[in-house]
Design a protein around this ligand. Structure first.
Ligand SMILES: Nc1ncnc2c1ncn2[C@@H]1O[C@H](COP(=O)(O)OP(=O)(O)OP(=O)(O)O)[C@@H](O)[C@H]1O
Ligand SMILES: O=P(O)(O)OC[C@H]1O[C@H](OP(=O)(O)OP(=O)(O)O)[C@H](O)[C@@H]1O
Ligand SMILES: [Mg+2]
Length: 290
């Protein structure tokens, strides 16, 4: 049984998608710029490169079994796919924005005859309709922020993350339509009904979850004299452990201690450990936790 995973061929989420597969043990074996497909280090799993916006439909139609793409693009295309895991990157919001000097500050100020420019006509139209607003939608494929200033729309619906682009274009947020980030998705029928593919899809999902989990954790390693061991053990929050092992050296009073800890705890913890007599402290990145 073989499965295909669609990942973005270009744009901001292409490299992080490849990186996450690599860390999950599914590094690409023969990717080159012009190829549409690549094998991975697992002979049952291959990758197809596609535009991020096309991936939800390819997964829903079973052209590929799994995919990596944004929630905004999944919802805009109204694709019926199974969302398996949030990949914790590409965080952005689809917002309605008006020119800074406009009187439109909230949905209540929008009159029905308003014109909205957007790359997300379906999401925008259904959001406005659900608030009783029938807008005219002008569909663009990029640089939406310019639309009010060239007179083709009153307001826009576009993605924002740092807010820099809105600010540069003198636009203010008036409402939030959708918070989006990048998801691992699967074809529903294969995930729920195809026994063989279900297993392989599940394995990929578990590996990728392991990568996400590991990104928030560090491995702490240190040498501790036996006299200080109890204090150090008490300080260590750990998944299971800490692990204490013998150090083969002249200093027989020394043991090595290691434990996996949350990234947010590392800064404080390292100081406390140092002050309690730990030596040679190493903070090591982890690739995957299964
Ligand atoms: N400024 C941003 N910050 C975070 N994520 C973003 C941002 N802009 C777009 N995204 C997300 O990136 C994903 C891919 O978007 P898109 O296909 O537009 O790629 P891109 O990197 O913007 O390339 P391009 O627009 O040049 O084709 C979408 O799911 C979208 O939500
Ligand atoms: O809040 P910010 O951090 O400024 O990011 C928001 C911008 O990022 C995206 O544009 P992108 O760079 O993908 O260009 P595009 O409009 O051509 O898609 C989005 O369409 C906004 O324009
Ligand atoms: Mg873009």
């Amino acid at each position: 049984m073989k499965i295909k995973i669609a990942i973005p061929s270009k744009g901001r989420i292409s490299d992080p998608a490849v990186a996450i597969l690599e860390k999950a043990g599914l590094g690409l074996k023969d990717a080159s710029n012009r190829k549409l497909f690549s094998n991975t280090h697992n002979s049952d799993i291959s990758v197809m490169f596609a535009r991020a916006a096309d991936i939800p439909e390819f997964v829903a139609d079973g052209i590929v079994d799994m995919g990596i793409t944004g929630l905004d693009l999944i919802k805009e295309s109204n694709s019926d796919v199974e969302i398996l895991t949030d990949l914790k990157f590409g965080q952005t919001s689809l917002v309605l924005a008006s020119p800074e000097d406009s009187d439109i500050n909230s949905l209540d100020d929008i009159k029905s005859e308003i014109v909205v420019a957007t790359e997300f006509p379906n999401l925008t139209d259904s959001y406005l309709k659900s608030h009783g607003i029938n807008a005219k939608i002008v569909e663009l494929t990029g640089s939406t922020e310019i639309a009010p200033f060239i007179g083709i729309a009153d307001i826009i619906a576009d993605l924002t993350s740092t807010g820099t682009t809105l600010k540069m274009n003198h636009l203010k947020i008036i409402d939030n339509i959708l918070d989006s980030s990048i998801k691992l998705i699967a074809n529903k029928d294969e995930y729920f009904n195809n026994n063989e593919k279900k297993n392989l899809i599940g394995t990929v999902n578990i590996s990728i979850n392991g990568v996400i989990e590991a990104e928030r954790k560090k491995l702490l390693m240190m040498n501790v004299s036996k006299d200080n061991l109890q204090i150090i053990k008490d300080l260590m929050p750990s998944m299971t452990g800490p692990t204490v092992s013998e150090v083969l050296s002249d200093r027989e009073d020394t043991v090595a201690v290691q434990a996996v800890v949350d990234e947010e705890e590392v800064f404080d913890l390292v100081n406390k450990l140092k002050n309690s007599g730990a030596r040679d402290i190493l903070v090591v990145p982890i690739e995957r936790i299964i």
